[in-house]
Design a protein around this ligand. Structure first.
Ligand code: PLP
Ligand code: COI
Length: 341
């Protein structure tokens, strides 16, 4: 299979149309078989549930080319499960988890020419999503839904690749206690747009959200979980019911413990502790690990000892080990890597 003529090494994180996407429809209480299509447009009623009341959930995962030339996807079972949990919370009928994985595999296979080659630093980002498509005017769930998966080749989420970021503690909240912060609903991202545009305008790369109830604890950013490293080398990740359970974070914790022999704590992290950490990173499918060099709390600067030039040593080891697992350079834990045949 011949690869597309793309400047893989200089890809950014933006949408580029690929050849095939998967579409399944839910009608009269059941999902149809679904199929691949070359049509990238979605046609729907002006009153569709997704347009009026944001009834939509999504996922994000990546396909990679391994060192020996295979195309693989990383832990799609966890995306399928999280999407099911997100869908349930928004009254969207669950697209079956095994069919979800099948659909992702079909899309990767059909777009194999867009999977970046090994060593390019890029990957094929997959975006499964599901939304209410029939007209809804009273506030209630739609009756008909679409499940779709598209693919787009991507490079680093943050411009500058792994240059440390400057973030600010945000005065807006991302998620309420007992709200929807723990699921991947479009609405969580819509309401973060004002805060991220404001952060960018003021020279910050991202927002650090605090817990909405007490504003004393660290939650996450708009699109990634936090990972901290203490001065004695312990990896610490914030725990909260309103944080999205990042698959990358869960994988990194495993890597830290079982591959690197590091001590790991998944616990509440107080804002007051930030000044004591040695390293900070944002972790997620898109972010992988993006280092944070500076956290600004209303004018007060917390400068991480890892500095503004490079990723800290522990984050670097975690980053490299995860990438090596994803690219087949070191053996993955059972079930983490799915080869696309
Ligand atoms: N937190 C938020 C709010 C996200 O949107 C994402 C992205 O998916 C993550 C964390 C990271 O999750 P994952 O590692 O599963 O991609
Ligand atoms: C991902 O990391 O897959 C996400 O969905 C984050 C998104 C904000 C790009």
């Amino acid at each position: 299979m011949e690869k597309k003529n793309i400047d893989w090494a200089n890809l950014d994180f933006s949408y580029k149309k690929t050849d095939y996407r998967f579409v399944a429809n839910y009608k009269d209480g059941a999902w149809d078989e679904g199929e691949l299509t070359t049509d990238a447009m979605v046609v729907m009623s002006e009153c569709a549930g997704v347009l009026q009341y944001a009834q939509t959930v999504f996922e994000g995962l990546k396909a990679y080319t391994t060192e020996d030339g295979k195309i693989v996807i990383f832990r799609p079972d966890l995306n399928a499960k999280r999407m099911a949990e997100s869908a349930e919370r928004l009254q969207i009928p669950v697209y079956p988890e095994d069919k979800f994985i099948e659909a992702v595999e079909k899309v990767v296979k059909a777009n194999a020419a867009y999977v970046p080659p090994y060593g390019s630093g890029a990957s094929l980002y997959l975006r499964p999503y599901s939304f209410g498509i029939d007209p809804v005017i009273g506030v209630k769930p739609a009756n008909e839904y679409q499940f779709r998966v598209f693919a787009t080749p991507v490079g680093p989420y943050f411009k500058g690749g792994i240059k440390p970021l400057t973030i600010r503690i945000c005065d807006f909240d991302r998620a309420a206690p007992r709200g929807t912060g723990h699921i991947k609903a479009g609405l969580n991202y819509a309401m973060s747009l004002y805060a991220i545009v404001d952060a960018h305008e003021k020279g910050f790369d991202e927002n650090m959200y605090l817990d909405a109830a007490t504003r004393t604890k660290v939650e996450e950013t708009g699109g990634a979980n936090f990972l901290f490293v203490t001065k004695d080398g312990t990896v610490v990740t914030p725990k909260s019911d309103s944080i999205l359970p990042s698959i990358t974070r869960r994988s990194l914790i495993y890597v830290a413990e079982h591959y690197l022999g590091l001590k790991v704590e998944h616990r509440e992290v107080y804002k007051e502790e930030l000044k004591d950490f040695a390293e900070c990173g944002l972790c997620g499918t898109a972010a992988v690990i993006s280092p944070v060099g500076k956290i600004v709390d209303h004018g007060e600067e917390i400068c991480l000892p890892s500095g503004m030039n490079d990723m800290g040593p522990v984050c670097k080891k975690l980053y490299q080990t995860l990438l090596d697992i994803q690219h087949g350079k070191i053996e993955a834990p059972e079930g983490w890597i799915r080869v696309i045949e």
